[in-house]
Ligand binder design. Structure first.
Ligand code: SF4
Length: 510
């Protein structure tokens, strides 16, 4: 066993990071990095991939965590990692961290820099998704409003990880995996959608999505309460999505080992076609062990492991099937105790309450149903952690596009609707202040103040809090009482609307 550290690593780590960064835009290079790293960097061992695996074991395997505290080098070697754990001490030595024994050099080691760079890559990937713009003005304003609402309605760490993809397609009826914690309460599996049978409707729906939303349609993906690899033709759907909308979708699979060869082929195809990050959901300690045995660290360099297995430090969302369950409570208690040893206060405080990540259209090709949805904290009203604004059936691709247009027209006004009385969101508690008002919930305090016009701001808050008045009436009241021009009053109301603090058109339960 060779643990190579020191000057040689410094040079190779620097070069490695340069190559990884370059590979983000060069898909063939990225493919070579994961299939034959030696041909690119002269070594099978990529420091970034080793550190990534180290982090996965640290989060996912309690035996590894314990072993590190007792005998770090022997433990790292026993788990097959070619890495000196003392070079990445800042990742795991909580005691040294608490006692201030870690130096700046410890925090700047190559391994730490590689991990940070890789995490930055993942953040950039999510950031590109979040900041994508739709050419459909109404849809774009609606999506921005949902993003703003989520920022103040969902646990902050949870909210910051939501990418608000514009659409997703389900390619089956239900999911064959049946996780106890399924955050969207996936139904029992009843079969996949035949590609041959649905092809024309699917392509018509895809083209309609692209035509209605513009380039942001390329951020769509192909699962929800479904497992993508349940559909034997999944790869064909992915290639169609790229051909019609412009990008090959990200895959998250919970069955990476059901057919290992197929999984590997999907990763390679996805990489070649330009997708940068895929994900495996790891459901048990055995799957974690076998996944790491089947795939080398380099092969999984661009595959994020979502560690749902027993013993993992990942906090599960209190949504869907897990919501209010005894098992979730026990799981969180275990994680809280373990995290106390290692994690930052922010991580320890994380309380995710949704796994939903779409603000847009959820289209099921098996049931031929389209829903307009957006994430929220799971509640009795929305137990699966997302709002369903409306659902509609369609018979074929042409009708799917027609329904999509109708949903945009009905739910995405660009102006405040004159027919609707304005009110604050149900989760927000209103309180008047000297120079305006504040809205509070368990996650945030939103202060709306104007020291130059305190009475005006108070009055706006009060009128909306009453929940009786539409935009016309509020504008007229502000004009009469304060001499405010109609355009200015509507500007203030639209500002609140865009911040997502006003109740949207009545939604049905998810
Ligand atoms: S979490 Fe994913 S894989 Fe598990 S049951 Fe739900 S949809 Fe299926």
């Amino acid at each position: 066993m060779e643990i190579d550290v020191g000057a040689r690593e410094t040079i190779s780590a620097h070069r490695e990071l340069q190559v990884i960064e370059a590979s983000l835009e060069d898909h063939e290079l990225r493919l070579r990095l994961i299939t034959d790293p030696k041909s690119v960097l002269g070594t099978e061992r990529l420091l970034t991939a080793e550190v990534k695996r180290f982090a996965e074991l640290l989060i996912g395997n309690p035996i590894f965590r314990k072993g590190l505290q007792e005998n770090p080098r022997a433990t790292t070697e026993a788990f097959g990692l070619r890495l000196d754990p003392l070079q990445v001490r800042a990742m795991w030595d909580g005691q040294a961290l608490r006692e201030g024994r870690l130096t700046d050099a410890d925090l700047q080691r190559d391994g730490i820099r590689c991990l940070n760079a890789f995490n930055e890559l993942k953040r950039a990937f999510a950031g590109r998704m979040l900041s994508a713009v739709s050419s459909n003005v109404a849809f774009d304003a609606w999506r921005r409003r949902q993003i703003a609402r989520c920022r103040t309605e969902v646990d902050p760490a949870n909210a910051s990880a939501i990418v608000h993809a514009p659409a997703t397609f389900e390619l089956a009826s239900g999911c064959s995996v049946g996780c106890w914690f399924c955050g969207v309460s996936a139904e029992k599996y009843r079969g996949a959608v035949s590609y041959a049978a649905i092809r024309d409707d699917w392509l018509a729906a895809l083209a309609g999505l692209r035509d209605e939303l513009g380039p942001i349609a390329s951020k769509a993906f192909l699962y929800w309460g479904t497992e993508p690899l349940d559909n034997p033709d999944y790869e064909k759907y992915c290639l169609d999505l790229k051909a019609v909308c412009g990008e090959f979708p990200q895959t998250t699979t919970a069955i990476p080992l059901r057919d290992v060869e197929r999984t590997w082929e999907v990763i390679k195809l996805s990489t070649r076609e330009g997708c940068q990050i895929n994900r495996f959901s790891i459901l048990t300690p055995r799957v974690l062990h076998d996944t790491l045995a089947h795939f080398t660290p380099a092969q999984l360099l661009f595959v994020e492991l979502v560690l749902h297995n027993r013993g993992s430090l990942m906090v599960k969302a209190d949504a869907g099937r897990a919501r209010n369950s005894k098992r979730l409570r026990e799981d969180r208690e275990f994680v809280a105790v373990e995290l106390g040893e290692y994690a930052s206060p922010a991580l320890q405080a994380a309380r995710p309450s949704t796994i939903a990540c779409v603000s847009g259209f959820l289209i099921n090709l098996a049931h031929k149903e389209i829903r307009l949805i957006s994430p929220c904290s799971a509640s009795d009203e929305h137990p699966d952690g997302y709002i369903v604004f409306e659902r509609a059936a369609f018979a074929d691709g042409r009708e799917a596009v027609a329904r999509l247009r109708e949903l945009i027209a009905r739910h995405m006004p660009t102006q405040l609707d004159a027919a609707t009385a304005l009110s604050f969101r149900g989760d927000l508690r209103y309180a008047a202040e000297d120079d305006g008002f504040v809205l509070r919930n368990e996650f945030d305090t939103i202060a709306i103040r104007n020291k130059a016009h305190p009475a005006l701001m108070q009055r706006i808050g009060h009128l909306i809090h009453e929940g009786l008045w539409n935009a016309d009436a509020i504008s007229a009241a502000l004009g009469g009482e304060f001499g405010v021009a109609d355009a200015q009053a509507r500007g203030l109301l639209n500002l609140l609307f865009d911040k997502g603090v006003l109740r949207e058109r009545a939604a049905t339960s998810s």
